[in-house]
Design a protein around this ligand. Sequence first.
Ligand code: NAP
Length: 287
Amino acid sequence: MVTRMDGKVILLTGATSGIGRQAAQALAPAGGRLVLVGRDRARTDALVGELRAHNPDVHGLVADLSSHAEIRRLAGEFLARHDRLDVLINNAGALFTTREETVDGVERTFALNHLAYFHLTTLLLDRLKATGAVPGQSARVVSVSSDAHRRAKMGWDDLELKRSYPAQGWAAYGQSKLANILFTRELARRLDGTRVTANCLHPGFVDSGFARNNGLVARVLMTLARPLQRTADKGAETVVWAATSPDLATTTGQYFKDCEARKTTKPAESVTDGLRLWELSERMIRA
Ligand SMILES: NC(=O)c1ccc[n+]([C@@H]2O[C@H](COP(=O)([O-])OP(=O)(O)OC[C@H]3O[C@@H](n4cnc5c(N)ncnc54)[C@H](OP(=O)(O)O)[C@@H]3O)[C@@H](O)[C@H]2O)c1
């Protein structure tokens, strides 16, 4: 049973597939305003139309989250249309088996999986703080990370893996998911004293569109993996819980799995690396 969200505004990225789509389907009937971010106008509108049967206050925004300019436009559109933000869910992400660069010349995994979370959150932070500052209210940032961080480290001397792009993109993916945790902890630290929390989570190994953007071999491998995977609605459970549970109103800086706080790794606990990543990300989104 999802907590009622009447009067609240939720912004969810990666809403048109997989875990995000299931989270949107679970959140819509809970009331409040749900703003869904997709990258394809027709699919976003179709989902909004479907969910309006459960909640007339569902809206869609469209952006390519691998582009700095698109994220700025998205944030501007959100801020112009919605006067509060109770929950931001950073969910859109992907694995890329071959190295690519975005329109901004940034390695695509780092750009989409980390920089987009960082950029969108920082652009919306004042609105989150203002929402949380109202007596009796609080706001939260929920970022979808992954247990793939457990084998990862930050390759500070080659963060964008220009020299080599090992393990079919899994090194870049694991690093980006480690970055989600470092970002969350540094954000939580910076939000100390406000009524805005920042948490992240692992949704489990989920049967979704994940990795299927990488051609036939990847699609076959993901199909073979199905017996090991959980359904996308099960994968969305911890996302929805982290976004809505009243028990978490003041919980911050945590990594969740199966609706429980879990330990992470030593690299994910580094305060120095969290600060270093924050400062680097600030420079990269301005470049
Ligand atoms: N599946 C797993 O086993 C697993 C495990 C741990 C963590 N995760 C994390 O869970 C999150 C959701 O992944 P998923 O499993 O639900 O995969 P998915 O089904 O592929 O969904 C990814 C979502 O991100 C969106 N997206 C991708 N590139 C984008 C871009 N450039 N701009 C805007 N949106 C973009 C996709 O849009 P479209 O709908 O247009 O494709 C889709 O809605 C990711 O952060 C992933 O790292 C997944």
